[in-house]
Design a protein around this ligand. Structure first.
Ligand code: URA
Length: 216
């Protein structure tokens, strides 16, 4: 995992396995089935990295040999929150890794006039004492991610209890994000070059939702 000189809270997960899978996802020739599978696999590998600092508590257990105090993660104290719809493809990988985690949903659509995100669904678990992993494959303009974190704040989740995970990020989006929520770490597999005039990430991988669900 490496950090970026211009963005102190951006962590790039440059593990070769993650990078290899991401390169396949970027290819225009990759099928929906493979894209979906790879997104899940990458999310799982990213999840392994971003949970490195999770606190553990100690439980009394019996091995076949003796009693011991064994470290365990409080899975029920974690929440995975996909931003719909493409975030759900990443959430699948994290849930496989942390099956006891609670799952929330934040649904946003883009207003055709203002191009700003509009919230249409919020379902969250109890927030008290919980760490929230917010996921969206593409951190493009940063507006959806900021809106989703504003929503979490409104429901009582502090920035210090949030981590944001994106497959690919654009510098423009990272800046918007970090100006709004400097204390929320961003984890991504790739920091790309820029946004184009339609706010797609370049080189990116196209529309993540369409590629994940086979729509257009
Ligand atoms: N959303 C996507 O799905 N792809 C992009 O490149 C930008 C936003």
């Amino acid at each position: 995992m490496s950090t970026h000189k211009d963005f102190p809270n951006l962590h790039i997960l440059d593990h070769p396995l993650i990078q290899h899978k991401l390169s396949h996802m970027r290819k225009v020739s990759t099928s929906t089935k493979t894209f979906r599978q790879l997104l899940k696999e990458i999310a799982l590998l990213m999840g392994y990295e971003i949970t490195r600092e999770l606190p553990v508590s100690y439980e009394d257990i019996e091995t076949p040999i003796c009693a011991m105090k064994a470290p365990v993660i409080q899975g029920r104290k974690l929440a995975v929150v996909p931003i719909l719809r493409a975030g759900s493809g990443m959430a699948d990988g994290l849930i496989e890794l942390m099956p006891s985690a609670r799952i929330g949903h934040i649904g946003l659509y883009r207003d055709p006039e203002t191009h700003m995100p509009v919230e249409y669904l919020v379902k969250l678990p109890e927030v008290e004492g919980r760490t929230f992993i917010l996921v969206d494959p593409m951190l493009a303009t940063g507006n959806s991610a900021v809106a989703a974190i504003d929503t979490l704040n409104k429901y009582g989740v502090a920035d210090k209890d949030i981590r944001f995970m994106a497959l690919v990020a654009a510098p423009e989006g990272v800046k918007v994000f970090q100006d709004a929520h400097p204390d929320v770490p961003i984890y991504t597999a790739g920091l790309d070059e820029k946004l184009n005039e339609k706010a797609y990430i370049v080189p990116g991988l196209g529309d993540a939702g369409d590629r994940l669900f086979g729509t257009r």
